[in-house]
Design a protein around this ligand. Structure first.
Ligand code: ADP
Ligand code: MG
Length: 690
């Protein structure tokens, strides 16, 4: 059932009053068709509803005023690049001076003796009001650019607000009765949503604020609904692939050997994963849990079950040192049960690597822990049943796919400590089912957290020294050396100088070292290992330490310029300490961020709950920042905002689920429009949806 072209697919060049030049400018804004044009939503609105007489104008406020041009406009050429046009206007109550800078062309639009409506911010002084560069229109067209709520669009060279508003207006006329309408009457009614015509009219040219709200609500819902339908379709298509059914092993043997009792959350996550793996549909599951929630034990249980069923597991970590740490942990848990664990990293010698690869190919190695080396060309598996990726936000979707390609659609388990609010997890992780570890192992201590300013510096330095004297270790974290920062060289120099300064002037007797993102990974690993084995007292680091290296003897985390980190990031950093038996602390220097930064940091001092912190972070900073600027993982939206429109996202997801359940391939006639919009959404977000 192919949908034929409709009026909505008309190229904007053919819309009255647009033409080639403006069409080219609109193309730059991503507007190609009539459908795009009516969906080019205002960035904000200008309230031009207040109408005043000249003697009622108040300096500093914006207002519309009806006035007659009293003196013909006069242009004065002040110097090259500066023309001033002045005119005087009157109404029955007073006189108003109007000035335009470098807009001498308006001279011909303002005739003496004619009436106009002016809108702008009132300047001058009491009794002598002035308007500078006001918006104006003849009295006859009042209500078009003045006297109403006016849309403000994002512009590009060659377009003005006026041109855009006119193009949209013409576009809405050209649409006639065919506006995009992916929402069935049933959905509209049940969710109390406005009809398309009302929504599009009022989002661009709102009758009043109430109408604007109703319009926005419907359009935001619509966008989320289409997006959710697109994601549900991905999910239903994924289930077509076939993989291995892995029968579930008796875990008693495994749990008996563990030095601790599994938490309820761990048991649940393991059970969910093992149930998934019993099916021939490959598992795609995310285990999401705060730092220290015990994700490794969940992974180990899955490795064990796979090994008992005769399958191999590839366990991929983002860094070599983490791979080694996992290797040791897994060896400790699994070797006593007769499961063989193998390490494979890029840093291994050729010979050791060849031996390891041999054992992987023969199937002798049952659990293989490593870095990216696991997906490099030379590695072949005997019977790969499961792939586990730790800290998945460090792995691209492509890498995950490359690894999956090594077997016949192995089950995939990804583990992440990034606590993404559940609603968003559905979108960011698309096809993944989610298990949440929402319970920390018992006896876990709270890391006491303090937000401090420079005045506290001497006391903090004394505190650092005290921790070291007691035999503990200290992390000091500085904001990362960003690739795309204005001057990465300077920032790197800063961290280096900072470490040197600290060594020279503050702690000449302590063992201090530095790690940063620009170091080679072998170098980095060397320093991290030295710190982990207690050969260093203080480790100065950029955020490279964020990903899970375990140093139980580290009891203090100091963060410089903490205002430059996201709260979730700070929470991750804080999770690096408090892993041992001794009391642990986190000190946040508030930097130059001011009161807003202090409010944010105070959330850290009050909460230890990663999910709560993530929600707050999302609320305060919006999703772009929340996920880091490099790749938000979220699809682009026209009007909906993932941070502020969470409620609508929830109901749209519910509606989408019903729709797709009733018509999985969206083949019913009533879903034709929806299907078209879903396909459009998919084609425009190929890179983010997964
Ligand atoms: P993360 O979720 O951050 O990867 P880990 O798996 O590294 O957490 O576990 C953190 C620490 O908690 C480890 O030292 C681990 O041995 C311990 N641990 C995990 N599960 C439990 C449990 N149920 N009871 C007690 N300690 C646990
Ligand atoms: Mg971990």
């Amino acid at each position: 059932m192919k949908k034929t072209k409709t009026a909505l697919d008309t190229d904007i060049r053919f819309i009255k009053g647009v033409g080639e030049a403006r069409a080219a400018a609109l193309n730059k804004l991503g507007v190609f068709t009539l459908r795009d044009l009516v969906r080019y939503f205002p960035r904000t609105y200008d309230d031009r509803t207040s109408i005043k007489k000249i003697d009622e104008l108040i300096v500093g406020e914006t207002a519309c005023v009806f006035a007659t041009v009293a003196t013909a406009p006069r242009v004065t050429h002040i110097r090259k690049g500066l023309d001033i046009l002045k005119l005087r206007c009157v109404d029955e109550k007073g006189t108003l001076n109007v000035t335009f800078f470098n807009q001498s062309y308006v001279k011909n639009q303002l005739a003496a003796g004619e009436g106009y409506v002016f809108f702008g911010r009132v300047g001058g002084k009491i009794g002598a009001p002035e308007l500078t560069n006001p918006v104006f229109e003849p009295e006859e067209t009042f209500g078009t650019r003045t006297g109403r709520i006016v849309p403000i669009y994002r512009l590009t060279a060659g377009l003005s607000q006026n041109m855009l508003a006119n193009a949209v207006r013409r576009g809405l006329e050209a649409c006639g009765d065919v506006l995009p309408e992916p929402l069935s009457p049933d959905i509209q009614q049940r969710y109390g949503l406005a009809q398309a015509r009302f929504a599009f009219e009022n989002v661009h040219f709102p009758k009043d604020y109430e109408a604007l709200e109703i319009a926005r609500r419907r359009l935001i819902f619509e966008e989320f609904y289409v997006l959710s339908c697109a994601l549900d379709r991905f999910r239903s298509e994924k289930t077509v692939r076939r993989g291995h059914a892995v029968p579930r092993a008796d875990l008693k043997e495994f749990t008996d050997k563990l030095p601790f009792e599994l938490t309820g959350a761990q048991k649940r996550a393991i059970d969910e994963a093992l149930s998934d793996m019993e099916k021939t549909v490959p598992m795609s599951r995310l285990v999401q849990g705060d730092v220290g929630s015990g994700k490794t034990a969940v992974a180990a249980a899955c490795c064990f079950s796979c090994a008992r069923a005769g399958f191999q597991t590839a366990f991929m970590a983002p860094t070599e040192i983490l791979a080694k740490q996992h290797y040791e942990t897994l060896t400790g848990m699994l070797t006593p049960l007769g499961v063989t664990v193998e390490l494979l990293t890029g840093g291994m010698g050729v010979k050791a690597r060849r031996t390891a690869c041999g054992r992987i190919l023969s199937g002798e190695a049952q659990v293989i822990v490593g870095t990216h080396a696991l997906i490099s060309g030379g590695v072949e598996y005997r019977k790969l049943g499961l792939v586990i990726a730790d800290e998945q936000h460090r792995f691209g979707v492509a890498q995950r796919a490359a690894l999956s390609g090594k077997g016949e659609s192995p089950h995939v388990l990804v583990m992440s400590a990034t606590p993404i609010p559940r609603t968003l997890a559905l979108i960011v992780y698309g096809d993944l089912d989610v298990s949440v570890l929402n319970e920390l192992p018992p006896g876990r201590q709270k890391v006491d957290t303090f937000a401090v300013n420079e005045a506290m510096r001497p006391r903090i330095n004394a505190f650092i020294r005290k921790q070291v004297q007691e035999g503990h270790q200290v992390f000091i974290v500085c904001p990362a050396v960003e690739e795309n920062s204005e001057n990465p060289v300077d920032e790197l120099k800063n961290v280096k100088e900072y470490a040197q300064e600290l060594q020279k002037t503050v702690f000449p007797d302590l063992r201090i070292s530095l790690v940063h993102g620009k170091m080679k990974s072998a170098e980095k690993d060397k320093v991290m290992s030295a710190f982990a084995s207690g050969q260093l007292d203080i480790l100065v680091a950029t955020t490279v330490i964020e990903v899970g290296v375990d140093v139980p003897n580290a009891t203090l985390m100091v963060v410089e310029n903490a205002d430059r980190f996201g709260l979730s990031q700070l929470h991750q950093l804080r999770g690096r300490v408090g892993r041992g038996k001794s009391k642990a602390y986190c000190i946040l220097f508030e930097g130059a961020g001011g009161a807003v930064a202090r409010d944010r940091l105070n959330i850290m001092t009050k909460s230890n709950d990663g999910f709560k912190i993530a929600e707050e972070d999302l609320r305060l900073r919006g999703p772009g920042d929340f996920f880091g600027s490099r790749q938000s993982g979220l699809p682009e939206t026209h009007i909906a905002n993932f941070a502020t429109d969470m409620e609508l996202l929830r109901s749209a997801q519910a509606a989408a689920r019903e729709t797709v359940a009733a018509d999985p391939r969206l083949e019913l006639e009533q879903n034709a429009e929806l299907r078209f919009e879903v396909e459009l959404m998919i084609s425009r977000n190929e890179n983010t949806l997964n």
